[in-house]
Design a protein around this ligand. Structure first.
Ligand code: GDP
Length: 330
């Protein structure tokens, strides 16, 4: 058995070839939910959905989000209507009162659907509608995710990190903003002063996640701050990782990031934006997989390979390196 901890790009990229190395029926993927938002009343879970769509063979692997070839008729109509009504686009937060009312799972991440600020595809939207409706029927996010995973024919077990709300809030000189405003709307432009995982002190990993963390754990090359941070902010997860054999793949080659805002976010919370900083962020990791060009000296075992992933063969190569590293520490 093996458990992968996933954000929406780095770890899913490794999963693309992991089934050649790890039996999918013995693989659990725990997905970050700190990036989730409620948009126009629908709960959107970007990292869960990347794994879902990937497992179902429909992921857009140019962007690593959304469904390949999806249309955006509803999204476009929302913008046409807002324009015609003279309503401003951009993230439209609901009032502070509304942030703590309604569905508990969506606390501190509720946005109006007017001029929807995230580009939600039409088929993609059907997933959010189904998910939210099942939640409203009284099911947990874990149960709903299982149903969706069955619908997409996933071989691995996919779990949200928690059934409780954790909202990733980026603190900037312009004030606090949800991670999706910072990343999707502002393209990581504002300076990062701090990152808060609102709700994490009251959130718990689910029993299924606790079970999964008793197995060897792989942290793929996901963003340590916004993809792993929300999980690590739950004490029970951090404690479990101290006990389990853990291998982490760096999303950096020394101080070069492959993509995304990991460097800015790492610096903003006080870590060196580099592989060395990743090792500091993961004191519980027992071994690392680093790129062959990454000469960072670490105090723990390292397996090196080409960690650039562009397709299934690359992913399988990184997964094999992960298996070698796990063998050293299990
Ligand atoms: P997000 O939820 O979309 O932000 O995605 P993740 O947190 O799962 O992954 C983002 C991280 O993936 C970034 O920090 C990238 O550096 C890393 N990444 C993207 N492509 C690659 C790759 O080909 N190899 C490695 N090692 N890391 C990658």
């Amino acid at each position: 058995m093996v458990t992968f901890l996933a954000g929406g790009t780095g770890t899913p990229k490794v999963l693309d070839g992991a089934d050649r190395v790890f039996d999918p029926t013995e693989t659990t993927v725990v997905a970050n939910t700190g990036d989730d938002v409620e948009l126009g009343g629908l709960l959107v879970c970007p990292d869960v959905d990347t794994v879902l769509f990937h497992g179902g063979g429909v992921l857009d692997t140019e962007t690593w989000w959304g469904i390949d070839g999806d249309t955006t008729a509803t999204y476009e109509e929302l913008h046409r209507l807002a324009d015609a009504a003279g309503l401003e686009s951009g993230p439209r937060y609901l009032s502070d009162d509304a942030q703590t009312s309604g569905r508990d799972i969506a606390r501190w991440r509720r946005f109006s659907g007017v001029a929807e600020f995230m580009r939600i595809g039409d088929r993609d939207r059907a997933v959010h509608l189904t998910r939210t409706s099942l939640l409203d029927e009284g099911r947990s996010l874990t149960d709903v995710t299982r149903l969706l995973a069955d619908a997409y024919g996933l071989d691995v077990e996919l779990l949200p990190m928690s059934d409780d709300p954790v909202a990733t809030i980026v603190h900037t000189p312009e004030g606090p903003m949800h991670f999706q405003e910072y990343w999707v709307h502002r393209r990581a432009d504002p300076d990062v002063r701090d990152v808060e995982f609102r709700g994490a002190d009251r959130a718990e990993p689910t029993p299924a996640v606790r079970d999964a963390l008793a197995d060897p754990v792989v942290i793929g090359p996901s963003n340590p701050v916004t993809s792993l941070g929300p999980m690590l902010a739950m004490d029970a997860v951090a404690d479990a990782l101290e006990e389990a054999p853990v291998v982490a793949v760096s999303p950096f080659v020394e101080n070069e990031v492959f993509s995304g805002p990991a460097a800015e976010l790492m610096a903003g919370v006080g870590y060196d934006p580099s592989t060395a900083g990743v090792a500091d962020a993961y004191p519980f990791a027992d071994a690392f997989v680093l790129d062959s060009d990454d000469g960072t000296a670490l105090d723990r075992p390292v397996v090196r390979t080409d960690t650039k992933i562009n397709g299934v063969d690359d992913a399988a190569r990184v997964a094999r390196a992960v298996a070698r590293a796990l063998a050293e520490v299990s």
